[in-house]
Design a protein around this ligand. Sequence first.
Ligand code: AMP
Length: 469
Amino acid sequence: MKSLFHNIHEECGIFGVYGHPEAANLVYLGLYALQHRGQEGAGICSSDGAQFHLEKSIGLVADIFTEKRIKRLPGSMAIGHNRYSTAGGGGLKNVQPLVANYALGTIAIAHNGNLINAERLKDELETDGAIFQSTSDSEVILHLIARSKEDNPHYRIAEALRSVSGAYSLLFLRESELIAVRDPMGVRPLSIGQVDGAYVIASETCAFDLIGAEYLRDVEPGEMVIINHNGLQSVRILQSIRKAFCVFEFIYFARPDSYIFNHICVNTMRKEFGRQLAKESLVDADIVIPVPDSGVPAAIGFAEHGKLHFDFGLIRNHYIGRTFIEPKQSIRHFGVKIKLNPVRDLLKDKKVIVVDDSIVRGTTSKKIVKMIREVGGAKEVHMRICSPPTVGPCFYGIDTPTRQELIASSHITEEIRKYITADTLSYLSIEGLKSIIPNPENYCTACFDNNYPIQFPEDRLEQMELVFA
Ligand code: AMP
């Protein structure tokens, strides 16, 4: 299958500013706060009202953007993008923002999400003579905008987006305005804030906190927000028949200090998931420990409900970059040890409950259980997972492997327990999960129930069968 669909996962963070003399600097800070959403590369594009300026590289935000580079980004408006590391790579050419010249001027795009009909659109555009500079699905949107016959850029964007299907939270930068759009189901988060009279737009509100911006509201599903010298204007460009907010943002992806999907605190959700999990599957134990960092709030909720002792029995090394190189003549395989190490004093001869957010392939859990038993000296290891079994791959922007690689798609819980060698294993029930989330009908839970809210185009069904097989 082509790389566009299978190797490129647009699981990213985006940030935009309009009307601030330090626009590029604010975007830099915003991207820094959103680093968890993508670590492969980052870019910032600014406009000084006439000219566009672009700086992008592979690597982490703080390493890429030196003072010198930020100075090369003048103007009072800018957008930025953090790109998630991918299996297929793609390198610098796929790092956003992507910038294009077209009949009405220049336009830059930053995209979080994943288009499910990009491959077909790309084929059609290429047959028609289009030349693509990247393998990113986001470039398809630029081509559609460039080919539209509308004489108003907003109409062009709306027309382009009526052709695409999938998940997209988008930022566009034009010479003198910032535009934000969210897909009609609102799969990925996107919020509007204000600082020093300037508007800011971010994937998550934790980015507002860092720059002292006030969180105003979310960009609504199907809404286009246009920010220019007239202020903020809202246009409904796409009909929102149903919402499909990504539940996995709460479980794993978003930062706990963010408020997403209409002011819901991620940390509170995770703690409640943990409480619910304890209601469903409490077991006699001496200590509850999280798999840091994603398991921490849930483990606290679990321990609180179960009136059990909570502690950090696993310590995470936060300084592992993508660049860590295992010695060539490796005496030992580092595996998960490079990232996590047990605190023996807390675990020795104890009955331990370990809380993690999810099991994907099962490899991490297996190594953690082994480590807690063998290095930590635990007597019993009870694994508690704060989400239902992951049975379906995500096609809307979360980087999950194929269905065949998801251990829960072909194994029952008891088989997984045996595989990870835990004494007991329990997942949060889907009913339990839905009992915690306000208006659960507004969420996409496809990774847990195969109920995909965005239908695949006819010509993709065969491919999907292969993925689902
Ligand atoms: P696995 O070893 O494949 O079962 O992976 C499970 C671990 O990966 C858990 O500790 C999760 O916190 C983490 N995880 C879950 N989803 C993702 C994702 N989309 N990207 C990176 N890590 C993830």
